[in-house]
Design a protein around this ligand. Structure first.
Ligand code: ATP
Ligand code: MG
Ligand code: FE
Length: 359
């Protein structure tokens, strides 16, 4: 099977061609246009600017994705379906990518599959290497912080989620308070390298709870207070960055540990997958690797290009969905103009198992 994927849910426009033959996944192309520069001056993503930028770039990106795939022996006639993120995300952006994909599918008489962006992240490790189901997934991105039991394609159990900010959002907001710019995660990590992580004692959230939920807003408030009261020198700032980074890593470990303890599986050594932009953080990665070792899990972090937003993961999720459909379902998807964009779409919701279609 061969699928063209389109992603436009946030501040990355992306198009990719993915093929699966004999159980082997091949990413034939994965082109991405990041809008970071356009949003940096505002200190965060501006939805209106994002949607416009998607409109301006998507056509050209699609052409590039197709021609790059052709250099690897791909022929457009091979395409079996078109997949596009249908949510969750910034609705204006989602609509741009989804509408583009509808037009592309309609013009070629191909089925259109609306993909849940989180399902893309959940299946992203499979772009790089085979991973046996079920696996435990920690999804730590700019908008999400969740622990999921990935039992199979279309079979996700959410074990925990953040009750306020996402981990990446915490990095970004604290970095902003410290004047480190956007996106804050990489900037905060760089500053933390010179700091003492034991200098400031920061609050630990939801300590008494036995679930796998996360909370970062208390940490954000505490860090902002330390920043105004005690940060006078560059060394103070580095120490605060290091303390914040350690606190975030610790919380990710504490909740992941609970999930690992409760995780039932038939695998001798199940995988613990960390995906999303925060997986780039070296301290976070090192702590989670130690934790996985301790609990007998194989630590898997997809290559960074597949951790942050990309269309290859959307194409793969669409491809896996498509392979599970029977002939009737497939013909129902032909140029499926009724697929709707959804700003909110929880992965474990019943509707997440099917492309959202207006009845
Ligand atoms: P979502 O999938 O939830 O809609 P997103 O896809 O936009 O969000 P990603 O692109 O996966 O999110 O990740 C971006 C986030 O990762 C930002 O919050 C950024 O600060 C954070 N991040 C990136 N690199 C690092 C790093 N080295 N350390 C900490 N955080 C980082
Ligand atoms: Mg992004
Ligand atoms: Fe994402």
């Amino acid at each position: 099977l061969c699928v063209l994927g389109v992603e436009s849910s946030c501040d990355e426009t992306a198009v990719s061609v993915v093929r699966k033959r004999g159980g082997q996944v091949e990413v034939l192309s994965s082109v991405i246009h990041s809008q970071i520069a356009a949003h940096a001056v505002y200190g965060g993503v501006v939805p209106e600017i994002a949607a416009r930028s998607h409109v301006e770039t998507i056509d050209d990106l699609c052409r590039r994705a197709l021609s790059e795939a052709k250099t690897k022996g791909f022929d457009e006639a091979e395409l079996d379906a078109v997949a596009a993120t249908a949510g969750p995300g910034l609705i204006g952006g989602v609509m741009v990518g989804l509408s583009f994909a509808k037009g592309f599918a309609l013009a070629r008489g191909l089925p259109l599959i609306g993909v849940n962006h989180l399902e893309g992240h959940a299946l992203s490790p499979l772009l790089a290497e085979p991973v046996a189901f079920p696996y435990l997934l920690l999804l730590v991105s700019g908008g999400h912080c969740q622990l999921l039991n990935v039992r199979g394609v279309g079979d996700y159990e959410r074990l925990g989620t953040t009750i306020d900010d996402a981990a990446g959002e915490a990095f970004d907001k604290i970095a902003k308070v410290l004047g480190l710019g956007y996106p804050g995660g990489p900037a905060l990590e760089k500053c933390a390298a010179e700091g003492d992580a034991t200098r400031f004692v920061l609050p630990r959230a939801l300590l008494g709870r036995k679930d796998c939920d996360f909370s970062f807003s208390g940490l954000k408030t505490a860090a902002a207070k330390v920043a105004t009261d005690q940060v006078k020198t560059p060394q103070d700032r580095a120490d605060l960055c290091a303390s914040v980074q350690a606190a975030i890593a610790r919380q990710l470990c504490e909740r992941s540990e609970r999930a690992m303890t409760a995780f039932t599986h038939g695998n001798t050594k199940p995988a613990f997958v960390v995906a999303g932009g925060v997986a780039a953080n070296k301290t976070v990665r090192a702590e989670l690797t130690k934790l996985a070792d301790k609990h007998g899990f194989r630590f898997v972090a997809p290559p960074m290009a597949y951790c942050t937003d990309n269309a290859a993961m959307i194409a793969l999720a669409g491809l896996e969905r498509f392979s599970l459909m029977d002939a009737d379902e497939r013909s129902d998807m032909m140029g499926s103009m009724a697929t709707v964009a959804r700003p909110r779409w929880p992965l474990d919701e019943a509707a997440a198992t099917a492309s959202p279609v207006h009845k």
